[in-house]
Design a protein around this ligand. Sequence first.
Ligand code: GLC
Length: 408
Amino acid sequence: MIVNEYVKQFEKHGFGMFVHFGIYSVHGKGEWAKHTLAIPDEEYDKALKEFCPKADWAKELVATAKAAGCKYITLTTRHHDGFSLYDTLGLNDYDAPHSACGRDLVREFVDACNAEGIVPFFYHTLLDWREESYRTDFKKYLAYLRRSIEILCTQYGKIGGLWFDGMWEKPDEDWEEDALYGLIRKYQPEAMIINNTGLSALGALGHIELDSVTFERGNPSPINLADSPKYIASEMCEIFADHWGYAARDFNYKSLAQMIRELCLCRRYGSNMLLNVGPMANGELRLLDKAMLRTLGEWVALHEEALRLPRPCGIEVQGDRDDFLLQNGAEYYLFRHNLPMAADPNVAIGDSKGYQTEFRMPEKIRSMTWLDDGSAVKFTQDGDKVTVYSEPFRYGGSLVVRIAKIST
Ligand code: GLC
């Protein structure tokens, strides 16, 4: 089996940020607004005259991602509406340099990422509501698409990868994938190539050049590489509410606790989590997005060492079906879920009994400590049978998922 080092490196990132940003952010009704709400071109394109992200938008975004514990950011360089955040170098004038801001926003994004050691990834649409050739002359469209990708691969230095989306709209067309991916391999041999299979084909393997499968919205699962000639990563993208692009009236936010659980669930199956934000037209995030990310980052910081290098190890954990173990060499990490908070019955609804988990481990365990505070975890080891006794959270903290580090 072929194993590419850059794929292993990608898995070590563990957690990345997805950013949906474009002139749809001006409309504030999600990235599908033009199509779904049937907004005529003249109306939709009025946003071009207003699209002017503030000077520091990229720096702020990168700082927010970093504080959240993200190691890479995947930015929509062009979405389905056909508008590009990068300078298309004359391919068309439907790009950021021709909008009100008059700047190459991909350049600003890449510079901000590089300054902070965050790896830039480029999302790029495959389907196109704007480019006429997409409907009338598909071969011509593919040439246009490839030239667009060539620009992205040659103008911005080394990038982490390309993330394609929209092939599912013309499943029977020949997308000339060999040529598209070949172009990336030529200029960016170590870039991850990802092609979203969407909600309808979660985790499906595709073209041999693809380096990761995709999952969406809370549903990662183990992938079967038994018949695969090469090693492939997996990634699950997730949204806070119901839209990827900014939607001012989307209040349907998931909880922080759910995001913590989903990040852990991704790691359980060796997947990365790509958590989305949709900045407003000025490039800033909604207050709630910022707060969620900042607070999630505090949880990530407490459990950092369990979230990057450790991988699934196949040991079954019994007691709570959400619990699992990851391994990094002689170190194991036990992810404990569903612990209540214990306190005076007048302030907490948890109880104070212990919660038992069991698994089998032939290696002799030397120590077991909670990652968040370094305190010892109660356990017994009888032959290879390990029993872990977890206390409820003590009043003063409630971590959602608590991780024990096991040294053998
Ligand atoms: C879907 C949507 C698209 C979004 C993507 C993110 O493919 O069409 O708007 O960018 O999911 O995964």
